[in-house]
Design a binder for this molecule. Structure first.
Ligand SMILES: [Zn+2]
Length: 231
């Protein structure tokens, strides 16, 4: 059990429990301890496999069962290589920008980007859509890079507010402009399937900066993301 308490970062307190249930976060950066990358991915998978097997064992599950015995390793690999790979900035997508040669100065909107993330308070899925817009200054970006930036920050234990801010900050940095908007509409399994069990409830968060603080520009963005796709 000793390494479960590594640096004290896995210790839970009663009040942090309440705090988590309120889904509040107060920092734009994902809170990580200074030794976050001392272990290699392979070492993390090995240790998480052991710990997850312990959790299953404590729950009373028979790890010799054919259907269950591969689960600890499967979960460990999924955590490190897939759903939490965005914790490691080495996995951040390389963002190439191009000069805005055609002098395009209006909105560029990438809408309905599929979102799959994980609630950091319950380790339950968050799924929905992200809409991103920017107004090119001197740089433009390949459209699929917008999807990749959203996906990178989603692949962390998250709160939706922080995810929204992290995507917006990265876009500002990459595009060298403050004129960005990020809008997320997502369902949280921790709300749907436990706690209040409110099926169908979704959570909307948005960040507007630069020219998107102008009401007309914001409305143009909101109308566009809510407009119907032609058949
Ligand atoms: Zn939650």
């Amino acid at each position: 059990m000793a390494d479960l308490l590594l640096n004290g970062h896995f210790m839970a307190h009663a009040d942090s429990d309440d705090f988590g249930d309120l889904h509040i976060s107060n920092a734009a950066d994902t809170p990580m301890h200074p030794n976050a990358f001392d272990l290699t991915d392979a070492e993390k998978i090995e240790q998480i496999t052991d710990h997850f097997a312990q959790i299953m064992n404590i729950l009373g599950l028979d790890l010799d069962d054919d259907s269950l015995k591969g689960t600890p390793k499967r979960v460990a690999k999924m955590y490190v290589q897939e759903i939490f790979k965005g914790l490691n900035t080495q996995n951040k997508p390389a963002v190439t920008t191009f000069d805005n040669k055609y002098k395009y100065r209006r909105l560029v909107i990438e809408r309905n980007i599929p979102l799959q993330s994980t609630c950091e308070h319950h380790f339950q899925p968050i799924f929905g859509v992200v809409h991103i817009a920017y107004i090119p200054n001197n740089k433009v970006i390949g459209l699929s890079k917008l999807n990749r930036i959203a996906d990178f920050f989603a692949r962390r234990p998250q709160v939706q507010e922080r995810l929204t801010m992290q995507i917006a900050e990265e876009l500002k940095r990459a595009l060298q402009t403050d004129d960005v908007a990020v809008y997320i509409d997502a369902k949280h399994m921790c709300v749907q399937a436990r706690g209040v069990e409110h099926h169908g409830a979704s959570t909307i968060t948005a960040e507007y900066s630069g020219k998107f603080l102008n009401e007309a520009t914001k409305q143009e963005f909101l109308m566009a993301i809510h407009s119907k796709m032609p058949d």
